[in-house]
Design a protein around this ligand. Structure first.
Ligand SMILES: C[S@@+](CC[C@H](N)C(=O)[O-])C[C@H]1O[C@@H](n2cnc3c(N)ncnc32)[C@H](O)[C@@H]1O
Length: 294
């Protein structure tokens, strides 16, 4: 194995063992040596989607077979670091004109891992008042979340991406109620009164809009991020108590690092671009300066 690079930034988890470590390195080459064999409880990441996005250091356009071979390299590197009972959460989206892209990526990863859950990250949604029912108390039809207009006479607006949860055998226990939702329907009241926690499973549709920002260059200086709540929910679903180390091979400006910091969990993240990592380190420090959530 190649020698592991030193961290670009290392922020200790004050009062707890471990740190949030960020590496300016090619993850496929550096991650196995840096993280070690079967050390990662959770790998949560979003790779470049090969759509020509203008990243700082990475050229996001190559022939599809070459791209999928590269995804195969990611799969092999994750195979080295993922614990026996670990979860690999892979976020991928595809434009309406290329709907097979996420499935091609998932198929490539599925050559080694078992696809345990398919989650739909919903970025925007319209809910008709009538469909929500009287108990929801809506005053009008709702349309909430991030909406990027698409001019097309062929395609509907793409409002979601996938999060594929892979594991080694498809049998990793999950903590569904860690991200559960309260029962809403009065007919379920008797059932939830009997339950240990008055919650039901959230299911596989996760509505997570982007936080509203004022100035893109200052508030979100990266072309393709996910909100920290996405990796946060993934780790909580895997089980915080069973998580020793969280890893993100494509950490960007650090959403997954912020999530690990919020949970006070050790973390290793990689990116080719030191400018993104500088932002990520600042976000992690800001997160750790806040009191730990209860
Ligand atoms: C989709 S973005 C991830 C964004 C991240 N989830 C966030 O919220 O900020 C993909 C990232 O992968 C990085 N990248 C591309 N190839 C890489 C490689 N071989 N090793 C490490 N990082 C790489 C790019 O610089 C980019 O920041």
């Amino acid at each position: 194995m190649p020698r592991a690079p030193p961290p670009f930034a290392r922020v200790p988890l004050a009062g707890r063992p471990g740190a949030i470590s960020l590496y300016a390195a090619d993850a496929l080459a550096a991650m196995p040596a840096r993280v070690g064999r079967h050390r990662a409880s959770v790998v949560v990441t979003s790779p470049p989607y090969n759509l020509g996005v203008a990243y700082g250091r990475y050229r996001d356009r190559r022939p599809r077979p070459e791209y999928l071979a590269w995804i195969g390299g990611l799969r092999d590197a994750v195979d080295v670091v993922l614990a026996d009972r670990g979860s690999f959460f892979l976020n991928v989206g595809g434009p309406p004109r290329d709907p097979w892209l996420p499935f091609d990526v998932a198929r490539t990863v599925g050559e080694r891992f078992v696809l345990q859950n398919v989650i739909h990250w919903v970025k925007s949604i319209a809910i008709d008042r009538a469909a929500a029912g009287r108990s929801a108390g809506l005053a009008r039809d709702l349309a909430v979340g991030h909406y990027k207009p698409l001019v097309s006479d062929r395609y509907v607006h793409g409002a979601h991406e996938y999060v594929f949860q892979f594991s080694r055998r498809g049998d990793v226990p999950i903590d569904r109620l860690a991200i559960g939702v309260p029962y809403q329907d009065p007919s379920n009241v008797a059932r939830w009164r009997r339950a240990a926690r008055p919650l039901r499973c959230r299911g596989n549709t996760w509505f997570l809009p982007y936080p509203t920002i004022r100035e893109r260059a200052r508030d979100r200086p990266h072309p393709a991020t996910f909100p920290p709540e996405l990796p946060l929910w993934c780790v909580r679903l895997h089980g915080v108590g069973r998580t020793r180390l969280v890893v993100d091979p494509f950490v960007g400006i650090g959403a997954s690092a912020v999530a690990a910091a919020r949970l006070r969990l050790p973390f290793a993240g990689f990116d080719l671009d030191p400018e993104y990592l500088t932002v990520a380190a600042a976000r992690v420090r800001a997160e750790l300066a806040r009191p730990a959530p209860a």
